[in-house]
Design a protein around this ligand. Sequence first.
Ligand code: SF4
Length: 357
Amino acid sequence: MAYYLHDFVSEAPVLSTRRPTINEFFLSNYTLSIYNGCEFGCPYCDSWLYSDRPLNEIVRVPLDLPQRLAVELEQIDRGDLVAIAALSDPYQPAEQTYRITRQTLQVLADRGQPTLVLTKSTAVLEDLALLQRMNEQGLAVVMTTLLTVDPHLAARLEGKAPPPALRLAMLAELKRAGIPVGVALLPIMPYVNDTESGIRSLMRACAEAGVDFVIWDYLHIPNERHRVRINEVLARLGSYPVSYYRDIYRDQATVQLLYRQNRDSEVLTRCDGVALETRAPHRIYAGKLAPRNEAALLLKHAAFRDRATGRERMAVLHRELADLVYAGTFSEAALRESPLSSTLRAVLGQGGTGTRG
Ligand code: SF4
């Protein structure tokens, strides 16, 4: 068990600065981290990069975070989405004692702020009624991270988090309550959870649980410290050829393009095979976000599929247009370039005027 340290946010902002571009994975404009430190301590987690001591040793409990958030929400657009999806799990064991996440959701609910929660913990079900109310009055989405449905592999990658079957059952229950649910296959780790059979099993299980959508991205290795950590993970998992990672990463922080294209194509095929959406579908957030956010998401999600299916020029156009729409600086001429133009105009209506041209 971790040590819990009572903390006060004091005058420091609790919300991130507003994103310069919408986050297409989590639909978000702002990120919020509740606890500082994460008792689950998954060895591949990016949070190790930002922690001077073991991530799961000390968890700081920000007792005044809900009050600080209430003040900050007064300054932001009611159509912007806050994602509780960064650096620590909001339903890690500390939540049983302190209920900071529950208080935070109540503040977001009072304001009617669109919200997304990313958690590996089934304790989120204890707030099901609150999330249900939030989604009826606005938008509340719950996502879980799933790397595999193999319980033995999961135990070695994220030992303290609930097993995959429990997380899928949790999503199924949330879905039955009318709450949109998604799965984050984050990260795909080369040689570990990137096999065809592993991905096929995962997607089939997601579809059976009624998951609305899946997102994925690849293991990021931004520095030598993380590389050493990942090598330790690989050594614990079995015998992995060092050259494999050297070939795929080529001393860069991200996987090389060819590997990404192959895996994107594989995951996309598996998702299509079980009718699983590969980004949050429009029906989930239609009319529930500020028009510019909604239109920017439509464009970014289209760009993702364009790129994955080889429509590179269209992908670039949609991605650039997404950022112009988000910033409110798009032109009529730019809108006309997109096959989505009529949908975009309907979404943007009067609230999303850009420059004319
Ligand atoms: S539960 Fe999430 S935030 Fe916590 S250590 Fe695991 S990956 Fe990181």
